[in-house]
Design a protein. Structure first.
Length: 225
């Protein structure tokens, strides 16, 4: 999943970015309202974390412009503890949630997971495919409750496929959702990760189909798709 983090406090932005990347999210970071508006207009994101107090256009202005473009990207607003009016206005303008500073990192991570689930069709903290289960909160994969060891990037690829179970996911879509601006993406990166996942899951009876010229597909269990 790809996240835009908009925070002008560089120390806080760096800390949040590191934590999110460790949870296998792709993260782009900008520090002012105009950069945020440009990024949201041009790039594809699964979530935006948007501070209200920004240089240039405020976070509220960025949010207003985003919703004026009919974008439904989930937005988590970061606000000052005493800024009740800003929180109310942010929700009225279309923010999906807010978090008051200072906050604990586990709470932010939990709200991120909840908003990403809400943005998909899956409301559960787990993605289930037959006897395979991906715990989105713990960032672990299990088969019959036995752990399946995947790297952070392998887990992110599998999560994307499971969230779109029964639909073909193109390589371009994967790159857009799995890599940020600073990530180096090799020509065969997606093929490499899918190949690694297959080696671990196919012995368990979980198949990832290649749809030639289109992308990859996790069939719905039972063959309905």
């Amino acid at each position: 999943m790809r996240i835009l983090l908009v925070e002008d406090d560089k120390i806080l932005a760096d800390a949040l970015c590191r934590a999110l990347v460790q949870s296998a999210y792709a993260v782009d970071v900008v520090g002012d309202g105009q950069q945020a508006d440009n990024a949201l207009a041009l790039e594809i994101y699964d979530l935006a974390i948007l501070d209200i107090g920004l240089p240039g256009p405020s976070g509220l202005e960025v949010l207003q412009r985003l919703r004026a473009r009919k974008s439904r990207v989930p937005v988590l607003m970061l606000t000052a503890m005493d800024a009740l009016a800003d929180r109310v206005r942010g929700l009225d303008l279309g923010a999906d949630d807010y978090l008051a500073k200072p906050f604990d990192l586990p709470e932010l991570e939990a709200r991120v997971r909840a908003l990403l689930r809400r943005g998909s069709t899956n409301a559960s903290p787990s993605l289930v495919h037959g006897r395979l289960r991906l715990d989105t909160a713990g960032r672990r994969v299990f088969y019959d409750d036995q752990p399946v060891e995947l790297s952070a990037r392998e887990l992110a690829v599998l999560e994307l496929l499971l969230m779109r179970e029964g639909r073909v996911v193109s390589k371009e879509h994967m790159v857009n959702h799995l890599y940020g601006w600073g990530d180096e993406v090799g020509a065969n990166a997606i093929e490499v990760y899918v190949s690694r996942i297959r080696k671990k899951l196919e012995p368990l009876g979980c198949e990832i189909r290649t749809v030639r010229g289109m992308g990859y597909l996790m069939e719905r269990v039972g063959g309905a798709g």
